[in-house]
Design a protein around this ligand. Structure first.
Ligand SMILES: C[S@@+](CC[C@H](N)C(=O)[O-])C[C@H]1O[C@@H](n2cnc3c(N)ncnc32)[C@H](O)[C@@H]1O
Length: 202
């Protein structure tokens, strides 16, 4: 859990405030994209677990006017220019896929180029339990990505490290031509989170 006193000295928190990002997490996605080039101009991106919207801001900036960003969260996401938002529980995978497809169709689009997920469960402080809930969310993100992505599409998902991490990594590896795990500099040192990157849906 993050203490208010920690935030005052956190350089990514300060930079997010200064640069107008809704979350310090925005820098994690920027670091992932710098290293793995998973998002490009014109792409259609689906951002799962998107509130308050830092990753969606970054994605929108990268895809530009010809691209599209669809943000999904349990919570209402405050309106953002050029970003379509959906209130949905990603563990209800079919409902989420249907809702995203409806938005795509309404904009004359069909398939998705990139699915990103920074989804986190509410933390209980019990490491094994939080890990398992994070695994469940990441697994749903992967299933949604496989349903929505075009061939060769890209995927990024957060998972907390723990007993099911290797299984998740292996599941991503089975679906994508290139798979890596990455801890961006903007992740807090104490954090158990890691991002699994899958490039090139087979
Ligand atoms: C760390 S925050 C995401 C921060 C975001 N990437 C940003 O940059 O602003 C994790 C989000 O996951 C969402 N979440 C958790 N469980 C979810 C679920 N089952 N379906 C959809 N969103 C969920 C939470 O509501 C929360 O907004």
């Amino acid at each position: 859990m993050v203490k208010r006193t920690d935030l005052k000295t956190d350089r990514f928190y300060k930079r997010a405030k200064k640069e107008g990002y809704r979350s310090r997490s925005a820098f994690k996605l920027l670091q992932i994209v710098n290293k793995f080039e998973v998002i490009k101009k014109g792409d259609t991106v689906v951002d799962l677990g998107a509130a308050p919207g830092g990753w969606s801001q970054v994605a929108k900036g990268l895809v530009g006017d010809k691209g599209m960003v669809i943000s999904v969260d349990l919570q209402q996401i405050e309106e953002m220019e050029g970003v379509v938002s959906i209130k949905s529980d990603i563990t209800k995978e079919k409902e989420t896929v249907t809702a995203v497809r409806e938005k795509l169709r309404s904009k004359g689009r069909d398939l998705v180029d990139v699915v990103i997920s920074d989804t986190s469960p509410k933390l209980s402080g019990k490491r094994d339990y939080d890990h398992f809930r994070s695994f469940e969310l990441s697994r749903s993100a992967l299933n949604i990505a496989v349903a929505l992505l075009r061939k060769n599409g890209n995927f990024v998902a957060k998972i907390f490290q723990g007993a099911y991490y290797n299984k998740f990594y292996k599941d991503v590896k089975e679906k994508f031509g290139y798979t890596r795990a990455y801890s961006p500099e903007a992740s807090r040192k104490r954090s158990a989170e890691v991002y699994v990157i899958g490039k090139g849906l087979v």
